[in-house]
Design a protein around this ligand. Structure first.
Ligand code: NAD
Length: 490
């Protein structure tokens, strides 16, 4: 069992919260308490932002040789890999993810992100306008300042790394607020960063609720930019908070990903892709492929094969390496998913699969569930369930498939399955989403930005040019070469 820091990490020091309050972090698979973690309030937020402000304004970080900054990021990547087993077990215990996923994706991905962004600091450059008659102008990029980073619980360590790696590579300081549900791996990350030599105040991690610590953080006048991942309703609050001081905002929000299967697609790949697309992490994935659009000629065959395969998935103890599915992250979230399923039934969707769930104290092991005969107006087709619920719909031709895919308030991602490359690109261009995966090519990569259309977000996460755009300020320096004195014309 890993051991966890249970205090706030501010200015390089571990401290209790100012109020002395704590929050019981629980294992959703067993109902047992894992740790009692200090709970920050507005006073703690003040301390964290002030520390980040001081480290930015007065410390060496923003002015550090970029190669040195990059080396620290690289060392952090290596420390994450050295602590892989503990970090993976932490997120598995904290949010019920199978250990095969946290070992196979969450922790390696976090390490890869820091390694990848370790190469960025010395590549950040600007522009020179050297063709003006009597003026040389430089456009330079500078670190932006103090960034408030707020993340959800579905990939606790990976979400923290997605924010921190580009923020730090660009020379900013940061106050990270993980979800109140899942703070443990973020606190471990802070500890590892201190061990490899990040200066005090550069990374601050405060654990607190959204309505208290989160709200105080985003309103804080010492923050230059808010970067947020979470629900679109909470994202709207970030926009309100950003008005105080005209802060920058980057929002990565929810999705309702359509997967269009064309009749010429290789069906074995489709079946695997559709199943992992929705049931991986029990659907608690922003890009979960929750709407499956099948051509009417293939409906019966494909649905039968998908259901048969889903029945064979192994769900149980998340710490067992054999399990493919664990449990949902909290009982409250499980209730939300259960209500969505009940509503789908009431609205007339036909439930063709919902399994037996392993008995557990908190009732968090929600089974994979498949609804057929879903129509566009049903709530299950419109709202993000963020759980293991697949909605199957049929289309008659390509134009209808595109219309159905676009019939959503979200626009985070879409999947297209076809052997016809021309069709794949034609359809990709018509879909209003920031990420289109063709034949399953949708993996997260540091160098590929994540964009969101419509309710799915503002700005871009990851990517290199995009990271510099999001986390550096630009400044024009205009140098006159005029030899004659300037002023009002005589
Ligand atoms: P949430 O919006 O409820 O919470 C996210 C974070 O915001 C948490 O840390 C929470 O404490 C904080 N928060 C809540 N209210 C706040 C407030 N008033 N002020 C400041 N902070 C506040 O989201 P969630 O339920 O934790 O996460 C699930 C959502 O995240 C889903 O919609 C999912 O699609 C989205 N998500 C998106 C991406 C992406 O890249 N687009 C990635 C992962 C998750």
């Amino acid at each position: 069992m890993p051991t966890w820091p249970c205090q706030l990490f501010i200015d390089g020091v571990w401290s209790d919260s100012h109020s002395g309050r704590t929050w019981s972090v629980t294992n959703p698979a067993t109902g047992k308490e894992l740790a009692n973690v200090a709970l920050a309030d507005a006073m703690d937020v003040d301390r964290a932002v002030e520390a980040a402000r001081r480290a930015f304004d007065e410390g060496e970080w923003a002015r550090m040789d970029p190669l040195k900054r990059g080396r620290l990021l690289f060392r952090l990547a290596e420390r994450i890999r050295e602590n892989m087993a503990d970090l993976a077990m932490t997120d598995t215990l904290n949010v019920g993810k199978p250990i095969r996923d946290t070992m196979g994706f969450d922790v390696p991905c976090a390490a890869d992100l820091f390694e990848s962004y370790a190469g960025l600091p010395d590549k950040i450059s600007g522009k020179c306008f050297g063709n003006l008659a009597d003026n040389v102008t430089l456009q330079i990029r500078e670190p932006m300042g103090v960034i408030a980073a707020i993340v959800p619980w579905n990939f606790p360590l990976t979400n923290a790394a997605i924010k921190l790696a580009p923020i730090l590579a660009c020379g900013n300081t940061v106050v990270l607020k993980p979800s109140e549900v899942s703070p443990l791996s973020a606190l471990m990350l802070a500890k590892l960063a201190a061990e490899v030599g990040f200066p005090p105040g550069v990374i601050n991690v405060i654990h607190g609720t959204g309505h208290e610590a989160g709200a105080a953080l985003v309103k804080h006048p010492g923050v230059d930019k808010i970067t947020f991942t979470g629900r679109h309703q909470t994202g709207a609050r970030m926009l309100e908070a950003a008005q105080v001081g005209m802060k920058g905002v980057m929002l990565e929000l929810g999705g309702k990903t359509p997967s269009i299967v064309f009749p010429d697609a290789p069906l074995d790949n489709v079946i695997n892709g559709v199943i992992t697309g929705i049931f991986y992490n029990l659907g608690q994935v922003c890009v979960a492929g929750s709407r499956l659009l099948i051509h009417e000629s293939q409906h019966d065959d494909l649905l039968e094969r998908i259901v048969a395969k889903v029945r064979s998935l192994r769900q149980g103890d998340p710490t067992d390496p054999d399990m493919q599915l664990g449990c949902l992250a909290t009982p409250a979230h499980c209730d939300t998913v259960r209500k969505c399923v009940q509503q789908a039934e009431q609205e007339g969707a036909r439930c063709v699969l919902t399994g037996n769930r392993p008995v557990d104290p908190l009732d968090c092991f929600y089974p994979p569930t498949v609804f057929d005969q879903v129509t566009a107006g049903m709530t299950v087709a419109r709202e993000e369930v963020f759980g293991p619920v697949l909605s199957v719909m049929t289309y008659r031709d390509e134009a209808e498939a595109v219309r159905m895919a676009n019939d959503s308030e979200f626009g985070l991602m879409a999947n297209i399955w076809t052997s016809d490359g021309t069709r794949a690109l034609r359809v990709a261009r018509q879909i209003r989403a920031g990420r289109i995966a063709i034949n399953g090519g949708g993996a997260l990569r540091a160098n590929v930005p994540v964009f969101g259309y419509k309710l799915s977000g503002i700005g871009a996460e990851l990517g290199f040019d995009e990271a510099v755009h999001e986390y550096c300020s630009s400044k024009a320096i205009l140098y006159s070469l005029a030899t004659e004195k300037s002023g009002w014309p005589e």
